[in-house]
Ligand binder design. Sequence first.
Ligand code: HEC
Length: 183
Amino acid sequence: MRNFILGIVITILVLLIGGLGLALLGFLPTRANIAPPPIEVHIALSALENSVERHAPRLNNPVPPTDENLIEGLKIYTMNCALCHGGIERQPSTLEKSFYPPPPNLILNPLDDPEWHVFYKVRTGIRYTGMPAWDKTLSESDIWKLTAFLTRVDKLPPAVQDYWKKSSGVNPPTGGEERHGHN
Ligand code: HEC
């Protein structure tokens, strides 16, 4: 039994050192201009969701989803996020295919996650991806406004839909379309 456990420990060490060696010798690819294989996407997204589930505080959004706050959220989104995640004109983002992993289009495929998940990801960023942490750039209340907007992209109240239409010339999505989420 002792030898068996020793065998397992040595195998793990050899694999770890071997993996590290291959990385240091330059065998790992670094290019970001290709799409990750589906199995990698699946594993990475499951790891991300489970980590958020484990680490994020279960907060309620302290900012009420009034027309004014949702419009603020839309404006903050357009200024800071649309470049990577797609704008309210409902087109693919310019940088959609330039990241590994790629940024999801949060307008064409609205999020279907709890608000505390979204708040945590936006505030703290996502390590090993192009998703920045916004806690040093945006205030907590701005991040909550963004969260309110992003979790309601396809069910905004009429006044916010009017604002969207006026500023983009395009109708906002209104439900019935495919949603995106990891639950
Ligand atoms: C420089 C590009 C870039 C900018 C700017 C950016 N993001 Fe991201 N974001 C990414 C990438 C890349 C990912 C994908 C990470 C992954 O696959 O795990 C991501 C992931 C996310 C996710 C997780 C989506 C999911 O599937 O759970 C959310 C939410 C998000 N971003 C919101 C925002 C918000 C809000 C802003 C603006 C304040 C923003 N991002 C700005 C690149 C960006």
